[in-house]
Design a protein around this ligand. Structure first.
Ligand SMILES: [Zn+2]
Length: 130
């Protein structure tokens, strides 16, 4: 499961929020943080979970040269990689047919997920009157 791939602190936060029946404000107060900081942390954790979900759908590799690319494919297909890391992944994909196949699987898995940029796209279409 993708949640088991999260670092323990992120997993603990997500489980706490999901199990809690307190309001977001009360939960934030109990954790000693602002509601906005809690909300941002939850947003980042959910995005990380989506990236791990994508990576979980990609075949593993026995080749160490592919490991870095594979672990970054979730962030790559979701547009969350920094420019330098993105350039490294693209460089690897150019020379590795196995990872290009993995990219296809990653894109397919990402297609099942909500995507902030797609929501923006929908809004743009709506303003065209369609
Ligand atoms: Zn590769």
């Amino acid at each position: 499961m993708a949640i088991s791939r999260l670092p323990p602190p992120a997993r603990a936060l997500l489980e706490l929020v999901l199990d809690s029946d307190e309001s977001a404000g009360r939960l934030a107060e109990r954790l000693g943080r602002s509601q906005q900081s809690l909300s941002s942390a939850v947003y980042r954790t959910v995005e990380r979970l989506r990236q791990e979900y994508v990576v979980a759908h990609v075949l593993p590799s026995t080749s160490p040269s592919c490991w870095g690319c594979i672990s970054s494919l979730g962030a790559f297909v979701r547009g969350e990689l920094r420019a330098r890391r993105q350039a490294e992944v693209i460089g690897h994909l150019r020379g590795c047919t196995d990872c290009r196949a993995r990219l296809g699987a990653a894109l397919e898995a990402d297609g099942e997920l909500p995507h902030p940029r797609r929501l923006v796209g929908r809004g743009e279409r709506r303003s065209d009157g369609k």
